[in-house]
Write a protein that binds this ligand. Structure first.
Ligand code: ATP
Ligand code: MG
Length: 365
């Protein structure tokens, strides 16, 4: 049988989605969805994973489930082409996580660089919740339960994919060829691998409060861009400026296209020319920020408009999620039945087993 091409990817409902999610993963998903090259696409809200570091704040997770669903729809995820579901509604994922726990060592988990950084960020060093520490295992279950071949995510997810691949190899080695090894699909544009925050910090992240949200109103986006981190040594317009590590230019790397220049900044043919002028000196931050603002608004305005449309019928969005959960559950249940058979824990499905045991005990008697 030809292997199906299956996409799985998701987000934690810990806040509305931001432009880092958009360039890191969301935009790509929509392109892949519309390419017609994939047999199945699963997109999910990892509410169980969100609870691993928000255990005392279930209301936050509950409120954000609908926000993230609206962001998906606003960006162009189409429920007739992609299955959108919620992690906690698929108990098979917990079951698979439980089996995978035996295939991973504590020291292997401790080596995961993304989890290491996240533990520091959350001041978890002295008391890490076990669920948080082991979330890469549960993420491997999310991916493999759907036999995903392709996982489009940002760079911070690389260690998770490596962990998932190791688990699949180990599982298949012990129990026979059952699960599919997933491939990571990173953004082509290096600025999109890990979009920095508006404060210049390494990663735009809901938990750090340095985000431009997809649903921010136009004036809010403008305000955030105006106060964005640039080159701290670029004090006067005439001073030469640094482009590397300058967040405004990183965002331009991620979002601007040559046609934006003819539209909003015709003195320059492209981003390279603008960068050259900034480096030479004589180009002020305000002008560059105004240009970024125009580029961002052009990209975000249609998303905001579509979101407003979907906001008019919230019960329909919940219905869509419920149906997505049903489809997803069926797919995961199929994999789990194969997993149980491979692991030899499918006692009641295996008539040969019962007959064999009956015969064994008879000859012993
Ligand atoms: P949290 O702070 O709660 O972990 P987050 O902002 O890191 O939230 P996630 O839900 O963990 O968001 O990530 C969802 C997806 O978005 C992942 O594929 C991740 O790689 C991608 N992503 C998140 N932040 C960025 C970013 N700044 N740049 C590029 N991709 C990102
Ligand atoms: Mg994250």
């Amino acid at each position: 049988m030809k292997q199906e091409k299956i996409i799985l990817t998701g987000d934690r409902p810990t806040g509305k989605l931001h432009i880092g999610h958009y360039v890191g993963s969301l935009k790509r998903r929509v392109e892949l969805q519309n390419s017609g090259l994939y047999d199945k696409i699963f997109i999910f809200e990892a509410d169980g994973q969100a609870l691993t570091d928000n255990i005392d704040n279930p209301e936050k997770v509950r409120q954000n489930v609908i926000e993230v669903a609206l962001d998906y729809l606003a960006c162009g995820i189409d429920p007739s082409k992609s299955t959108i579901f919620i992690q906690s509604q698929i108990p098979e994922l917990c079951e698979l996580t439980f089996y995978f726990m035996d295939l991973v060592t504590v020291s292997r988990l401790q080596r995961n660089p993304t989890v290491k950084t996240e533990i520091q960020m959350r001041n978890f060093e002295t008391s890490i919740p076990v669920g948080f520490f082991t979330y890469p295992i549960s993420q491997a279950a999310d991916i493999t339960a759907f036999k995903a071949t392709t996982v489009p995510v940002g760079e911070d997810q690389e260690p998770m994919l490596e962990q998932a691949r190791e688990i699949v190899r180990r599982f298949n080695y012990i129990y026979g060829e059952t699960l599919v090894e997933p491939d990571i699909l990173l953004p082509d544009n290096t600025a999109c691998l890990r979009l920095p925050g508006t404060d210049g910090k390494a990663k735009m992240s809901k938990s750090l409060g340095n985000c431009i949200y997809l649903s921010d109103p136009a004036d809010e986006v403008e305000k955030k861009i105006r106060s964005m981190y640039t080159d701290p040594d670029h004090l006067r317009v005439s001073d030469p400026g640094k482009v590397e590590g300058n967040t405004v230019f990183t965002y331009l790397d991620a979002f601007s296209r040559p046609e934006h220049f003819s539209r909003y900044l015709p003195d320059y043919a492209n981003l390279d020319e603008l960068k050259a002028h900034y480096r030479r000196g004589g180009l002020g931050d305000v002008k560059v920020k105004k240009f970024l603002s125009a580029v961002m608004q052009e990209e975000l305005e249609p998303i905001r408009q579509r979101r407003k449309e979907f906001e008019k019928d919230i019960p329909a969005v919940y219905d869509m999620l419920r149906q997505g959960c049903e489809v997803a559950r069926e797919a995961a249940a199929q994999t789990l039945s194969e997993v149980r058979r491979a692991m030899k824990i499918n006692y009641f499905e295996d008539e040969a087993l019962i007959a064999e045991q009956a015969a064994r005990f008879k000859t012993q008697a």
